[in-house]
Design a protein around this ligand. Structure first.
Ligand SMILES: Cc1cc2nc3c(=O)[nH]c(=O)nc-3n(C[C@H](O)[C@H](O)[C@H](O)COP(=O)(O)OP(=O)(O)OC[C@H]3O[C@@H](n4cnc5c(N)ncnc54)[C@H](O)[C@@H]3O)c2cc1C
Length: 228
């Protein structure tokens, strides 16, 4: 990055960056998945009616999106669930986080995923979508039921998911993302569900194509791609 661009970005960052604070970090075993509890002073979480994403500074001039889940509006706290089983600045950042650290972020915005009233909310994704679907479940409380499948590369992570979170999201082994989720969906009867797909973009698109070919399915599909 040239010096002018750097100068411009640092002026921009000084004007817009907000701070949050790490209350706790829980690494799963092996440590390629993290739950990060954050305090976000001044954030009005009561306003959240759709799944949110926050743009976090993970290294110099580098930002990644993560999903605030399990929030408590009264204390302005939430949890990020971050997959780090790959090399990238986001993975390196989350692996280095510890209690008391300051987290800088540009802002928090809405995704297009929100619960549809009186509908069954079927969710499909990989580990990076755990926070997204926990957020959808929280928003759907008293509106509709969240269920579905999440693919896991490691059996130990699948077990931890079932132990830590009380959901109707079924952990399934990840042979090849699209194949395991396609097999799971093929075993389900479908009718008018709202289907939410998140995570790996090629898999998400493949799942949507597959679902559109189902004659028994008359519901809608909402896709939120994360990474490719
Ligand atoms: C709206 C939105 C919300 C998101 N919420 C979350 C969230 O809550 N939790 C979360 O973990 N991610 C979330 N993501 C995805 C996250 O921002 C990206 O996965 C990010 O690219 C990872 O950054 P990185 O710097 O670690 O890797 P990158 O530098 O982006 O990628 C490096 C390499 O790793 C691969 N890669 C990236 N992510 C993964 C992955 N999860 N598994 C396997 N390989 C991967 C890429 O294909 C690439 O080859 C979200 C993305 C969006 C758009």
């Amino acid at each position: 990055m040239n010096i002018i661009k750097k100068k411009f970005l640092s002026i921009f960052e000084n004007q817009v960056l907000k701070q949050g604070y790490v209350l706790e970090v829980r690494a799963w075993n092996p440590a390629t998945f993290f739950e990060v509890d954050l305090h976000l002073p001044g954030v009005d979480m009561e306003k959240w009616t759709s799944v949110q994403h926050m743009k976090v500074k993970v290294s110099e001039y580098t930002y990644r999106d993560y999903t605030p889940a399990l929030w408590d509006a009264e204390t302005s706290t939430c949890t990020l669930c971050i997959s780090s089983d790959h090399n990238g600045p986001g993975s390196a950042w989350v692996s280095s986080l510890k209690k008391g650290d300051e987290v800088s972020y540009i802002g928090i915005g809405s995704t297009f995923h929100k619960p549809v009233a009186d509908s069954r909310l079927l969710c499909l994704g990989d580990m990076s979508s755990i926070g997204h679907f926990l957020a959808l479940k929280q928003l759907a409380l008293g509106i509709g039921e969240v269920y579905g499948a999440i693919s896991f590369g490691m059996e130990s992570h699948a077990r931890e998911f079932s132990d830590y979170f009380d959901t109707y999201l079924q952990p399934i082994p990840e042979k090849n993302w699209d194949i395991s989720l396609v097999s799971w969906i093929d075993a389900q009867e479908l009718s008018t569900e709202t289907i939410y797909i998140a995570g790996h973009i090629p898999t998400a698109m493949q799942l949507r194509r597959h679902l559109r070919q189902r004659n028994d399915f008359n519901g809608s599909i909402k896709l939120q791609g994360f990474w490719q």
